[in-house]
Design a protein around this ligand. Sequence first.
Ligand SMILES: C[S@@+](CC[C@H](N)C(=O)[O-])C[C@H]1O[C@@H](n2cnc3c(N)ncnc32)[C@H](O)[C@@H]1O
Length: 481
Amino acid sequence: MEAEDEYQKSTAIFLSWLQENGVRMNPKMKLADLRSEGRGRGVVAVDDFLEDEVVFSIPRAAVLNVKNSLTASNTSTTQSAADTLSALPPWLALTAVLVSEGSRQDSKWSPYLAVLPRELDSLVFWNESELAELQASAVVNKIGRSSAEDMFSQHIAPLGLNNCNTELCHRVASIIMAYAFDIPELSESDPAQNKPSLEEDGDDLVSDDGEDERTVLSMIPLADMLNADADRNNARLCCDNEDLEMRTIKPISKGEEIFNDYGQLPQSDLLRRYGYQSDNYAVYDVAEMPTTSIMAAVQASVLPQLEPLSATEVEKRIGLAQREDIYEDSYDVAHADSENPSIPDELLALLYILLLDHENIQLLENSQSSLPSRSKLATELVGQLLAAILKEREKEYSTTLEEDAQLLESELPRRTTMAIKVRMGEKEVLREALQEASSFQGSNKRMRLLDNTESAAANSNGKGKRSREETTRPKKKGRYN
Ligand SMILES: C[S@@+](CC[C@H](N)C(=O)[O-])C[C@H]1O[C@@H](n2cnc3c(N)ncnc32)[C@H](O)[C@@H]1O
C-alpha cells in the first residue's frame, strides 16, 4: 500500500477505534492532516466554538497507562509485572508498557499506536554534526541519550519484551516525552496538570507532587493529537469529571486549529522535548551562564581595575553566596518582561559578593549587613564584569547573529534551520542582557577596586583620610539601603 493511503487509512481506523471506545467528539471538530504545514495531525474547528465547550471527551478506560495496560492484559503475571513496573520511574514504566503493547497484535490500543510517529526530530535523534549546529547552546548537555540507554539496559532489557531494542526504547520514550500527560489519579483534580510532560522521577507508577495530588503518567488518545504554539493555546484537558474532557478556554472560530499548552518553553527545550521549533516560543528563550565560566572570568581578572582575589578568598565568597541562597550551578538570562528583568537578581547578588571590598564582605559574613536591593546590587562594576562575562559567553558561539541571519537566507536542511533559530534566540537574549548590564549605575563605593584598597591601606597606615563614601558603611545589621 502507498504510504499516503496508509496514513489516511490509519487515521480512519483510529477514528473508528475512538468511537468504539466511547470517545465522544463534538461534530464541530475534526482530526486534520496538517503535514503540509509541518504539524502532522492536529485538531481543527469546523464550526465556531464558544468558551468552555467540550471539544471531545475520553473515558478513563481508553487511556493507556500502566494500570490500564495490566488490567487489559489480564494475565496471571499481572501482580508481579505491577511490582516490577512500580519500582521504575513513571516514564520508564510507561516505556515498557508501550513497547509491550506495540509488540502485541491483539493490543487494545493497536489502532492508537499506529497513528503515533515513527520518526521524531527530538534532539535525542540528532547526529553529532546536526547537534554541532546548536553551537554553545546549553541544551546539548541536557539530552541525556546515554543515561537513558543505561536505564533501558538496566530496567527494560531484563523484561525480555518482544522486538525490544535501544532505538525502539528511544523512540517510545521520546513519544512519551512529547505526547504523555500527567493526570490526577482520582477525580479530585487540578486541571492545570494537563500538559504533556516527562520531567518525572520517583519510583512509583503515580507521582506525588507534594501537594496531596498524585498523578499518573498516561497516553491519552486524541487529546495528544492537539498541537501547541505558545500563546495560541485555546483548549485544555479537564480531569474533574468521570470522563476526561478537552474544553475550549476561549471562543474558537471555524477553521482555526485547536491548540493545547505545552508550557512556556524556550525554543531549545521545545526542540529537545517535542522536536519542533516555532518563532512564537522565542519570547521564552534563555541563555545559560554556567557558574564555572563566571568564576573563571572572576579569577582571570577580566577587569584591570579589580584587586585580585586569592583562591581561599574566592572559596569564602562562594560559601557566603551559598549561605545567602543565591548560589546556583548556572544562571538563566532571559528576555525582560513587565515583571522580570533580563538578568536574574541571584546572578547580580553572586557578582556583588565576588566584587565586595574586604571590609564589606566581612560585614556580610558576620551578618552585620545583608544583601541590598536590586538597584544597589546593580553597581557599575557589577555591570562591567557582567558585560565582560556575557561577551565571553557570546564568543562561545562560533557565528554572530548577523552571520546566522545571513545563513538563514539560503536553503538549509530542516534540522540546521531549527538549530540556527535556537542559537539565534540565545544570542538575542545575550545581547539584551548586555544592554541591561551596560545600564547599571549603582554606586561602586563598596566594590573591590584597586583605588579603594589603596586608600584603605593608606588609612590603616594613618597616612590618609577615609573617603566620605567609605564612612557611610552600615554599622549594624540591615539592608545597605
Ligand atoms: C502531542 S503531539 C501532537 C500531534 C502530532 N502533530 C501528531 O501528528 O501526532 C506533539 C508533536 O506534534 C508536533 N507539533 C506540535 N505542535 C507543533 C507545532 N506548532 N509545529 C510543528 N509541530 C508541532 C511535534 O512533532 C510534537 O512532538
